[in-house]
Design a protein around this ligand. Structure first.
Ligand SMILES: NC(=O)c1ccc[n+]([C@@H]2O[C@H](COP(=O)([O-])OP(=O)(O)OC[C@H]3O[C@@H](n4cnc5c(N)ncnc54)[C@H](O)[C@@H]3O)[C@@H](O)[C@H]2O)c1
Length: 492
């Protein structure tokens, strides 16, 4: 799977900021151009929302966050980028002008993608010197959570570029759906457009309010669509006889005048007022930020359930996390800086980790230290393959000191000092830091190497022993941590 180090994003509005967040939190450096003075603030708000959602979503650690840098021109943001994602307003001429500027500085191998909701890639690529490198990558809001990205090539797009771009999107947790025949608005927006048109008619004709239409979706078929789509759902609607029976039963209804088909209600001021006022009445009591967070929380939990059920979008999440777990095991031991405690864990505190006091509950301090101990195990070679062969470390004692608060949404990192190690024992001391530099807690642990068949203490293999000895010997030069050997009720 092809992963990249640097991306350019042109336009940091709703969609551009979503791309920026997904790329950055997957460890990719992102260079951005957007002429609006509000763009950096908007991007940061979306990045924070994404970090909050990912803290709830992922069970494995994401790569270290990439660097975000706002540049003064399209050309500057495109320099050194392996892919440049355009997300400027839906105007053909504006998009074409952006591509010409990208070509001024981007390397010949740089892939250019457009976030357009419906313009044909063949029209987008007409003025390019190297049109084979342009394709459409149509995402869905919020880009950092929804996996789908529609991939559409134009007449001149090369197959290799389509494959490379699909690989890049897959590497950042997305589901690239290659649409093989270009058509305006692709697949998803064609479907959405028909529902949108029909909904506007229902409001226009006074049949239903915006709230009643939303209820008709979210209490019923919307739940079915999220996990089985349209055809698989209808297959079940046909009972044991499946789709053939469903079509013969309901097919004739299509001839009844149930839809307005291609008619669109005229966008009079009256209709716009009606829709906007009804929407205010329905949802005006919530801020946009509160609605975004509710949407994200619901999407996160839906994705997690689909993952547990091995179904639909949950399979994309599962495959992504398995890749991350595998990558995390690929540690170049020789390149580690053993002169300092080792970086073993970072996270953003998820909502679910908070208690009645609004800060991280003590259960999760242990979770942080447990994840840090897992990382130390991986570093010394006790990875999934080693454990599968019947050996592991068990934790036999933990002592945690709570020194300061950390609130939901704040970032923390753990670094770990090996106090002593060799043979069956591994004695470690974890420091949990707030990202503002405060030491929030410490955790001291004793781990024992165990044979998983006899469940008794045993000696690790040679490589694991050597690595523990190397870290332990280097860490002897560090100061003894404050609070080491403390016990509860000890005199202060
Ligand atoms: N909003 C959606 O739900 C959605 C979903 C999928 C795709 N899209 C597509 O994504 C693209 C962007 O849509 P959006 O909703 O993010 O729009 P938006 O208006 O929120 O953002 C557009 C951004 O582009 C910036 N911009 C304007 N001219 C620019 C230029 N010359 N160079 C760089 N930046 C420039 C603006 O300052 C703004 O921040 C459109 O093509 C749209 O069709 C939108």
């Amino acid at each position: 799977m092809s992963s990249i180090q640097t991306a350019g994003v042109i336009g940091a509005g709703v969609i551009g900021a979503g791309w920026i967040a997904r790329l950055l939190l997957n460890g990719i450096d992102v260079n951005v151009f957007d002429p609006s003075p509000d763009a950096p603030d908007n991007a940061n708000k979306v990045i924070n929302n994404a970090a909050r959602a990912y803290a709830n979503l992922h069970t494995v650690q994401l790569p270290k966050k990439g660097q975000l840098s706002f540049k003064k021109s399209v050309a500057e943001a495109s320099k050194n980028a392996e892919i440049v994602i355009e997300a400027v307003p839906e105007r053909l001429k504006m998009k074409q002008a952006v591509y010409s500027e990208i070509e001024l500085s981007a390397s010949i191998d740089t892939i250019i993608t457009s976030s357009t909701s419906g313009i044909l890639p063949t029209d987008l690529q007409v003025e390019l010197n190297n049109p084979e490198r342009l394709l459409v990558s149509h995402p869905f809001n919020p880009v950092y959570l929804l996996p789908l990205v529609e991939i559409v090539g134009g007449e001149k797009t090369s197959t290799t570029v389509i494959e490379k771009a699909s690989d890049i999107f897959e590497s950042i947790g997305m589901f690239p759906l290659h649409i093989k025949k270009e058509i305006p608005a692709f697949i998803a927006d064609r479907l959405l457009e028909s529902v949108w048109r029909e909904a506007l008619w229902l409001v226009n004709d006074g049949i239903a309010t915006t709230e009643e239409i939303d209820d008709a979706i979210r209490y019923g078929f919307g739940l079915r669509w999220a996990q089985m789509g349209l055809f698989e759902t209808y297959r079940l609607a046909g009972g044991e006889a499946g789709m053939r029976h469903f079509i013969s039963q309901f097919g004739p209804c299509l001839e009844w005048p149930w839809t307005h088909l291609m008619d669109v209600p005229e966008f009079t001021e009256e209709l716009v007022d009606k829709v906007a006022n009804q929407s205010d009445e329905q949802s005006g009591m919530h801020s946009i930020r509160a609605l975004e967070q509710k949407r994200d929380d619901n999407l996160v939990d839906i994705l997690k359930v689909l993952k547990d059920n091995h179904w639909g979008a949950g399979n994309t999440l599962q495959a992504f996390e398995e890749r991350l777990a595998k990558n995390a095991e690929e540690i170049n031991f020789e390149s580690l800086d053993l002169s300092q405690p080792l970086e073993t864990y970072t996270t953003t505190i998820p909502q679910k980790w908070s208690d009645f006091n609004g800060h991280m509950n003590e259960t999760h301090y242990l979770e942080c230290f447990s994840n840090a101990a897992d990382k130390i195990m991986t570093i010394v070679g006790v990875d999934r393959a080693y454990i599968a062969k019947g050996n592991s470390f068990f934790t036999v004692e933990t002592h945690i000191r709570h020194l300061d608060e950390v609130l939901v949404g704040e970032g923390v990192s753990v670094s770990t000092q090996v106090i002593s190690g060799g043979g069956k024992k591994l004695h470690v001391f974890h420091f949990l830091y707030h990202l503002d530099g405060r030491l929030v807690a410490t955790g001291e642990q004793m781990l024992i190497h165990v044979n998983l068949e006899s469940r008794a203490a045993s000696n690790p293999n040679k490589l694991v022993n050597e690595r523990i000895a190397a870290i332990s010997s280097a860490h002897q030069n560090l100061a003894s941590p404050d609070g080491i050997g403390r016990a509860v009720a000890q005199k202060l």
